[in-house]
Ligand binder design. Structure first.
Ligand code: AMP
Length: 260
């Protein structure tokens, strides 16, 4: 197994707007068979938590488009491009950001996807258009996805997870008011930061996000099934249980590739 990796993802989070010297503190070294994963599933199924755990296990970079938008929202207004200001408005309402803005943002960070350490994409692609753009980019570089993990959970459990979710302002650790509470109440157990409810985890945004998922993202399940890379995983239970199921699914995906 590869050594655990702590990657601050500066190049992904800040993109070309980062000052030229900003480099990730720990870039995965080139590997012979890097993992190139997409995590699919409705908002709230736990993709972000699994992406962090998988990063430690597999050593690939956790690339979340939602994290890029949240990082941009913390910058001063004058440091935000007009496209980013518009994108953040979509995000606050729980709507999908238009494909052209998302793709521009991903394209200018494409070295994070094409690097030899592999990646775990979380929250991207979210539409067929984005999936096609990613496919084209990877084909141009003659690289392929190792697997697309689809996390499955019934709708009522998703709503319950989203509305109780609390996130640490500083280290981004995710808690749940009843299922996974922080011992410090509104203070993060890990770093002492303040826990808050994401704007888009409020009830009025949750409905909009789930509708956007059904309309735009659910069709990706069939898209990736047709490509023969879909790995379904039941997203019930503790993060470690779900991780165990994911690893088994990835083993099977690996066997499929070897026998193909
Ligand atoms: P997430 O953290 O992945 O749930 O993303 C939070 C919000 O950012 C979403 O509700 C969208 O408004 C926006 N967003 C993130 N990734 C994408 C994407 N690939 N396409 C469109 N909108 C996105």
């Amino acid at each position: 197994m590869n050594a655990p990796i702590k990657n601050d993802r500066i190049e992904w989070l800040q993109g070309p707007s980062a000052d030229g010297a900003a480099k990730c503190s720990s870039v995965p070294a080139g590997r012979k068979n890097p993992w190139r994963l997409v995590l699919l599933g409705a908002p709230g199924v736990g993709k972000g938590t699994q992406a962090e755990l998988l990063t430690e296990r597999l050593g690939a970079c956790h690339l979340s488009t939602g994290d890029v938008f949240r990082a941009a929202s913390k910058r001063k207004d004058c440091d935000q491009s007009p496209a980013m200001v518009a994108a953040l408005d979509y995000m606050r309402r729980g709507e999908l950001v238009p494909d052209s803005t998302v793709w521009e943002m991903v394209r200018e960070r494409s070295h994070c996807i094409l690097g030899c350490g592999g990646f775990i994409l979380d929250g991207f692609p979210r539409t067929l258009g984005q999936a096609e753009s990613l496919k084209e980019l990877m084909e141009t570089e003659s690289i392929a996805l190792s697997a697309v993990v689809n996390y499955e959970l019934p709708l009522d459990e998703i709503v319950e997870r989203l509305s109780g979710r609390r996130t640490c302002e500083q280290c981004k650790a995710v808690f749940h008011v009843t299922e996974r509470p922080s011992k410090g109440g509104a203070i993060c157990d890990r770093c002492g930061g303040r826990l808050y409810q994401r704007e888009d985890d409020r009830p009025e945004s949750i409905t909009v996000r789930l509708e956007a998922y059904e309309r735009s993202t659910a069709p990706l399940i069939q898209f990736y099934r047709n490509l023969g890379v879909l790995t379904p995983v039941v997203a019930k239970g503790t993060p470690d249980e779900i991780l165990g199921r994911t690893m088994k699914g990835l083993d099977r995906a690996n066997d499929r590739v070897k026998t193909a």
